[in-house]
Design a protein around this ligand. Structure first.
Ligand SMILES: N[C@@H](CCOP(=O)(O)O)C(=O)O
Length: 414
């Protein structure tokens, strides 16, 4: 039985936030500590999240940590991406290399560890698929149960199957992610469920590690721009909070500008910022092929707005076509990502072409999910939508036929 109920909202109606007292921490000491931990193996500190425990959840005792050594993901540069975006200095952080294939693991390890430390055995979330896969994986590692609510359309089946495979109890419902959040806000305590969506502030604390890791890899000097996709806006929220931590601790001496990219069909936050409105108007029917961004009422919009203010940030929206074209570039570069992640590359291309980002500036895009998370879009782009693909028609087997056809194609490519 949990030792207490856990609430996510403040009495003012806003989401709760975790405030740390970092007084007494010295930047040089922290740099040394985080560097030493890079050589940890098979201890919680080998995790790219728990390496930074002092800045995330210092009070948690190590025995409660539920980890799969998440984080430690690659930072890559690619000529193809440079050419496509028009920027010479661009890199990507592949959060897609996390154990369940998305950036959600950075936050989920912290939320599930916190829930376990309170005595919870039943964990829940509503999800378009990445959050649920991540939760299901950590709940199983923690010998706990997961109960997951997924919309019955406009999500990726691969993610639902991954969630089921990790052993979650999956409830499919007719409605959106936003309806699912409302349901959990109302009933989770009564059902004894610990909510692992990003309305839970411990998720945000864990996700801050993404920017900590980037800063450490880059020797505490960040690029001029960081680009993130915007759906529920937890990514942008954690990015802003993490940047503020790094700056106030003296670990970095300049805060990069943040660009949040939404899909046109689900862009309530971008519209609000663009139209200089004070409140977000929810979109009841969000619709984009980048299903992880199918969110019309992002719970963290107020926190994400804070990120924009603190970083002199901007927002932009891109079409599904732009997203899928950008994704094809990321995939072809050998890095690979799911559609939502590629919104960052599409957005960057746009911002460079409009000269909002100067060609001489540097940028880093956060890729949130793995290429195999969404094979429907791969099929759509490479097989259904593309009449020229050489994989489309099966060739009747004969050594000579295959030889002649391949010789013709290889000859054309060399
Ligand atoms: N794309 C997300 C939706 C947002 O979830 P949350 O974890 O930020 O609450 C998903 O994978 O479900």
């Amino acid at each position: 039985m949990p030792s207490s109920e856990f609430f996510y909202h403040c009495t003012c109606g806003g989401l709760l936030d975790i405030v740390h007292d970092f007084r007494g921490y010295d930047a040089e000491y922290l740099k040394r500590l985080f560097k030493e931990r890079l050589s940890e193996r098979m201890t919680p500190y080998a995790s790219g999240v728990w390496r930074y425990k002092e800045l995330i959840f210092p009070e948690l005792s190590d025995e409660h940590i539920v980890t799969k050594y998440e984080g430690n993901t690659g930072l890559y540069a690619s000529e193809l991406i440079e050419k496509y975006t028009g920027l010479k200095r661009v890199s990507v952080k592949a959060q897609s290399e996390n154990p369940s294939g998305s950036f959600k693991d950075n936050g989920m390890t912290v939320a599930v560890s916190h829930g376990k430390s309170l005595g919870y055995e039943n964990f829940t979330c509503t999800s378009t698929g990445n959050t649920s896969s991540s939760l299901a994986m950590y709940a199983s590692i923690a010998n706990a149960n997961s109960y997951v609510f997924v919309p019955d359309k406009d999500i990726s089946m691969n993610k639902v199957l991954q969630t089921l495979a990790y052993g979650a109890n999956v409830f499919s419902f007719s409605g959106t992610y936003d309806d699912g959040i409302q349901f959990l806000e109302k009933h989770s305590n009564e059902l004894g469920l610990y909510v692992c969506n990003s309305i839970n502030p411990f998720r945000i604390e864990g996700q801050k590690s993404i920017i900590y890791e980037i800063a450490q890899y880059l020797d505490w000097e960040l690029p001029e721009w960081i680009i993130v996709p915007g759906g529920a806006l937890s990514n942008a929220t954690a990015l802003g909070k993490g940047l503020y931590d790094l700056y106030s601790l003296g670990l970095i001496n300049k805060i990069p500008r943040v660009a949040i990219v939404q899909a046109k069909g689900a862009s309530p936050f971008h519209k609000m910022v663009n139209e200089e409105k004070k409140e977000l108007t929810p979109e009841p029917f969000p619709k984009t092929r980048a299903s992880a961004l199918n969110i019309g009422n992002p719970p963290s919009w107020k926190k994400a707005l804070q990120t924009l203010k603190q970083t002199d940030g901007i927002t932009i929206s891109v079409t599904d076509e732009e997203i899928l074209d950008a994704k094809a570039i990321v995939d072809k570069s050998g890095i690979g990502c799911e559609p939502a992640s590629a919104a960052t590359i599409a957005g960057l291309r746009h911002l460079v072409s409009k000269q909002i980002i100067d060609k001489e500036e540097s940028a880093l895009c956060i890729l949130t999910g793995n290429l195999l998370k969404d094979t429907d879009n791969l099929r759509y782009y490479h097989l259904e939508n593309n009449p020229c693909t050489s994989f489309k028609n099966t060739i009747q087997y004969s050594n000579l036929t295959l030889y002649n056809i391949s010789k013709k194609i290889i000859g054309k490519n060399t």
